[in-house]
Design a protein around this ligand. Structure first.
Ligand code: SAH
Length: 365
């Protein structure tokens, strides 16, 4: 259930229509929009250049009831997890991730998730509901205010599958990039997805320039579909075809969580390198990196982000030990593929990838 009427979701055109019956000057909409989306002031009472009578109308007709409470936990590496509880008791989380190159805000697009990936604690919870565009934005604004940020990256990498809540995610993205709102560059927004047929190209069309992190994790359809059931209707050949032909898409990164003994062999590294060149290998075999590099000389490869797995109670996977992860990364590099290794952050406060379970201590699996 999505509450479309939530005022933080309103575009300037929506506001124009909504406040038309109250006979206000035309420029009031611009002032109101700027308070909400540029200055991130979520209290009509503080919008001092609006007439008192308009503020009262807004409070009465368009109450900004976003969450009942938020709570915060700070990790040893500076990461901070915020828990949001909506009036209907839906719970979702957002994480502040500071770094030397600037802060990132990792936000949720759904309360829970219906995708049930075998290695993810959030997925094991099931879906409570989609978040509204206002609830998605509120996480960004709340964290940016709380941590006093003028600029930041936005990662739609918290709970949920963004492309499964497409309309609301798109509305939120439109506000974030709106020149009279946060005026975020699309290159500072990353949508993380397992990939849903038709929606990658739609995202490219509707939110051009936004970056995509594709949760690949497995290089062979059978294995990928066993661990990511939502990948069943969208085999790798079709997925890569859509990625390659989606005009307007910003930078694409392939995400690959290293699971000990599951997807971290040399054969996996060779298959991943081939995929990074946009080619779905017909046969799996360990091609030496120099052969791969020569074969694809002159082609640009996707960037690969190797992710350290965060083990979760109740789930049977373990992270690939570091030396092995490093040789996996080196294999990719030697094949001419740009690969980074992302150490887990926020894991001591369960704020890391796949650990967002909104206050529940363990998944139901
Ligand atoms: N549904 C989106 C966003 C969710 S989570 C997606 O699948 O991309 C963001 C990333 O964390 C995904 O790549 C997801 O596969 C990964 N992830 C899930 N559980 C994890 C875990 N326990 N450790 C590390 N990464 C995990």
């Amino acid at each position: 259930m999505v509450r479309d009427s939530e005022p933080l979701s309103f575009s300037p055109e929506d506001w124009q229509r909504e406040i038309a019956p109250f006979d206000q000057e035309g420029y009031r909409v611009q002032q109101l929009y700027s308070w909400l989306h540029s200055r991130r002031v979520l209290d009509y009472g503080r919008m001092t250049n609006l007439p008192r009578q308009l503020r009262q109308i807004l409070e009465r007709q368009f109450p900004l009831k976003l969450t009942d409470s938020t709570h915060r936990a700070k990790g040893s590496d500076g990461a901070a997890k915020h828990l949001f509880c909506a009036a209907d008791a839906a719970r979702y989380e957002a994480v502040f991730l500071p770094s030397r190159s600037g802060a990132s805000l990792c936000v949720s697009t759904q309360a829970g998730c219906s995708f049930n990936c075998s290695f993810c604690a959030t997925g094991a919870l099931g879906l409570t509901r989609n978040l509204t565009a206002g609830e998605i934005l509120h996480q960004v604004y709340y964290l940016a205010n709380d941590h006093k940020l003028a600029s930041y990256r936005v990662l739609l990498m918290g709970m949920g599958e963004p492309l499964a809540n497409f309309q609301q995610v798109l509305r939120a993205l439109k506000h974030l990039v709106h020149p009279e709102g946060q005026a975020c560059s699309p290159r500072r927004i990353t949508v993380s997805t397992v990939g849903i047929r038709g929606r990658i190209s739609l995202l490219a069309r509707e939110a051009p320039g936004v970056e995509l992190a594709l949760s690949l994790h497995f290089t062979e359809d059978g294995q990928r579909q066993r661990h990511i059931p939502a990948a069943r209707p969208f085999p790798l050949v079709d997925l890569f075809d859509e990625l390659i032909t989606s005009n307007g898409l910003g930078k694409v990164t392939l995400e690959y969580v290293l699971l000990d003994g599951v997807n971290d062999s040399q054969e996996d590294a060779a298959a991943l390198a081939t995929l990074a060149y946009g080619v779905v290998p017909r046969q799996r075999k360990t091609v030496p990196p120099s052969r791969l590099r020569n074969r694809f000389r002159g082609f640009n490869a996707y960037h690969v982000n190797l992710i350290e797995y965060n083990p979760s109670p109740g789930l049977k996977f373990l992270p690939t030990p570091y030396p092995k992860a490093e040789s996996f990364q080196n294999y990719l590099k030697a094949s001419g593929v740009n690969a980074t290794y992302r150490r887990s952050r926020g894991s001591d406060i369960a704020a890391a990838c796949g650990m967002l379970v909104a206050g529940k201590d363990r998944p139901k699996k």
